[in-house]
Design a protein around this ligand. Structure first.
Ligand code: WTA
Length: 649
């Protein structure tokens, strides 16, 4: 079955849309021509405790870099996500929680209940001495208490740093140290796909490492009741704190540019960086994009399947939906447990109207065939979304035809941890769809394609994706390392924000993201820096040198391929291979496990000693007939050896 390469806006969708294609074109032009006026109006989406008079104060010039939005305004994010809905939506469900095991009862939490719980927990944090500017690490499973913890931090002006529950104690430790967190909020255990994850045990292990000494308290949510160790003077039960705390906790008035959270993400070099987002601009941006891209209605049941440990979970499980007074689904489990029809079961059970998930999940479910999908009705769904990595047209077509029965538009949304919210995406009532294309920029967003020298390319072309101007949801700094922020994003091309992505633009002005052009690998929609995996590998005593590249993977989008040179007294063996995989899992987490490790007696290097990853990528992709010029290598002979012993054929 083939999917057409152009799918016009459906008449049914066009009939009820607030923004049709003409309105999009007009509003987009206006938003660029009078950018400040546009954002001045959009800022009114949220409630301000002190109204802003300033709107935009931005320079992308590396020598004078600053990004400030609504700078003299004050507001509180939790008040916007909770208090302001109480009058009209107090009894509306804010969060539907679907547990890992479908035999267990889901939870429905109203805005009023969520408000009370957040206030209580915020009071409890205050009683522990947590206040404005303090950092709190959240290492939690997908349970409502994770959202409560985030909102409670926002209420009292503390910054949260959510660390994905799949990261190892080592990764958790380095993030705690970098953020200088005083409190860690966790659960006894997480549950995913029927398996328990020892979150509290991992926290204990992280805090026992030398140099991890900022943490005063660990707050533990009881999820499974499983056995854990307990440190009397450090550990506190969340349930006890909530029970004793005051439900009265007025929200702090925060400056628009006060930090809201940091979230660690991988870059092309060095350790993961703490991407910092601030209060006002971030909230305006996620509220706007959540409403526009999903054409949000009051009675929608919105399900974003991302974990709160990632930016997608921050912006479109928690902050965007709650700022808009929507009902958001939080799913604890995985797509294939207990069976591969779980997603569709959840859609029917909760009458989901908008489903927002990742290509890797779509591809994995597509492989199981149409039958598991057709076991369920899915008649409540009206819109499908995709995020996190390029979606191949085949997966797009299956999502559209089989899941959405050609009734539901598919919005392929391109954005990044750094951008806070969606930048390029169709609007369901305005944009004709092309499978595999994120289509066009949202209002106020100015993408451009540049060549290697930073010259802007016009028309239908391919190049590096940059943004020429700021938007309120843009990250403001790398926590603790502002210079790294400037160097990473604003030095490659002067006066522009560089995304790290390659992109094609077609004759209709549609954008097609082709993937990372730097040393970041996108594995199942998760960003992994090759440098991180390499440093994990060389941490093993048998490894002299390692070079890691991505390769095309049917389900994960990209897989991890490692070339490893052993020390002279070590021998390759299956046991050693397993040990190295284990080392990476311990240093980073299971998501960074190499798919392939190839023993490499030597690595292709330039005469100055730089590893030529371009060549390794070709070998890993089994495209060794396209190696290009290897004559500049110090020892061109190593390439032939690697090609002959490649693992993918
Ligand atoms: C990739 C996730 C193609 C891209 C929100 C980007 C995409 C990186 C898409 C950011 C998409 C995200 N099409 N590629 N619709 N969405 N990406 O920070 O390479 O986890 O730079 O943010 O994912 O990943 P991050």
């Amino acid at each position: 079955m083939t999917t057409p390469s152009l799918i016009p806006v459906k008449p049914e969708v066009a009939a009820r849309t607030r923004i049709d294609s003409e309105a999009y074109a007009r509003l987009y032009r206006e938003s660029i021509d009078d950018n400040e006026g546009f954002w001045r109006r959009e800022g009114q989406r949220v409630d301000w405790m002190r109204p802003y008079t300033q709107v935009k104060d931005v320079s992308f010039d590396a020598s004078d870099l600053h990004i400030r939005w609504y700078a003299d305004g004050q507001l509180n994010v939790s008040a916007n996500c909770l208090d302001r809905h109480l009058e009209k939506r107090g009894d509306k469900t804010a969060i539907i929680w679907e547990p890992d095991n479908p035999a267990d009862a889901p939870r429905h939490i109203t805005y009023r209940q969520l408000h009370e719980e957040v206030c209580r927990f915020a009071s409890a944090l205050k009683a522990q001495g947590v206040g404005k500017g303090d950092r709190v690490t959240i290492y939690m499973p997908m349970v409502p208490e994770a959202a409560v913890a985030m909102l409670a931090c926002a209420r009292i002006g503390a910054m949260h740093s959510v660390v994905f529950g799949g990261f190892s104690p080592d990764s958790l430790a380095s993030r705690i140290v970098d953020s200088g967190s005083r409190v860690v909020i966790t659960a006894d255990e997480g549950v995913r796909g029927g398996r328990a994850i020892p979150l509290k045990g991992n926290v204990d292990e992280a805090l026992a490492q030398p140099g991890v000494d900022s943490v005063e308290k660990v707050i533990v949510v009881r999820r499974t009741g499983g056995r854990i160790n307990w440190f009397e003077d450090r550990d506190l039960w969340y349930g006890d704190l909530i029970a004793d705390a005051s439900p009265d906790c007025p929200p702090e008035a925060m400056d628009a540019e006060a930090p809201l959270f940091m979230l660690y993400t991988s870059g092309s070099t060095g350790k993961p960086k703490g991407v910092l987002h601030t209060t006002g601009g971030y909230l305006v941006y996620v509220a706007m994009t959540h409403e526009l891209v999903f054409d949000l209605r009051e009675d929608d049941i919105f399900w974003c399947t991302a974990d709160v440990g990632w930016i997608t979970g921050h912006s479109y499980v928690v902050y965007g939906p709650l700022a808009n007074g929507a009902t958001t689904v939080m799913f604890e489990g995985v797509p294939n447990h207990p069976d591969v029809d779980r997603f569709w079961q959840v859609c029917d059970r909760h009458r989901v109207t908008i489903l927002y998930t990742a290509p890797t999940a779509i591809r994995a479910l597509m492989r199981e065939g149409d039958e598991p999908v057709q076991r369920w009705r899915r008649d409540s769904i009206r819109l499908l979304g995709s995020v996190g990595e390029p979606i191949n047209p085949e997966a797009w077509g299956w999502y559209y035809r089989v899941v959405g029965e050609e009734r539901c538009p598919v919005v392929d949304t391109w954005w990044q941890t750094e951008t806070g919210g969606i930048l390029i995406s169709p609007l369901p009532g305005a944009t004709d769809l092309k499978p595999g294309s994120a289509t066009r920029p949202l209002f106020g967003i100015q993408p451009a394609l540049v060549d290697a020298e930073g010259r802007i390319l016009e028309g239908a072309t391919e190049g590096n994706l940059v943004l020429l101007d700021s938007w309120p949801g843009q990250m403001r700094t790398v926590y603790g390392d502002h210079q790294r922020f400037i160097d990473t994003y604003f030095k490659t091309y002067a006066g522009m924000y560089f995304t790290g992505d390659g992109c094609r633009r077609d004759e209709d002005g549609y954008y097609w993201i082709t993937g990372r052009v730097d040393d970041v690998i996108n594995v199942s929609g998760h960003r992994i820096g090759t440098a991180e995996v390499e440093s994990a590998l060389v941490a093993h005593a048998a490894v002299a040198e390692a070079a890691v590249v991505g390769f095309p993977h049917d389900i994960k989008g990209q897989g991890i391929y490692a070339f490893v040179t052993l020390t002279s007294d070590s021998q390759p063996s299956e046991d050693l291979r397993k040990e190295l995989v284990q080392t990476v899992r311990a240093c980073i987490g299971p998501i960074a496990s190499p798919d392939h490790i190839q023993w490499a007696p030597g690595l292709p290097k330039t005469r100055s000693g730089k590893i030529m990853r371009r060549i390794l990528r070709k070998i890993a992709a089994n495209e060794h007939d396209q190696l290009g010029d290897i004559s500049t290598l110090a020892d061109p002979g190593v390439v032939e050896g690697l090609v002959n012993n490649r693992l993918i054929r």
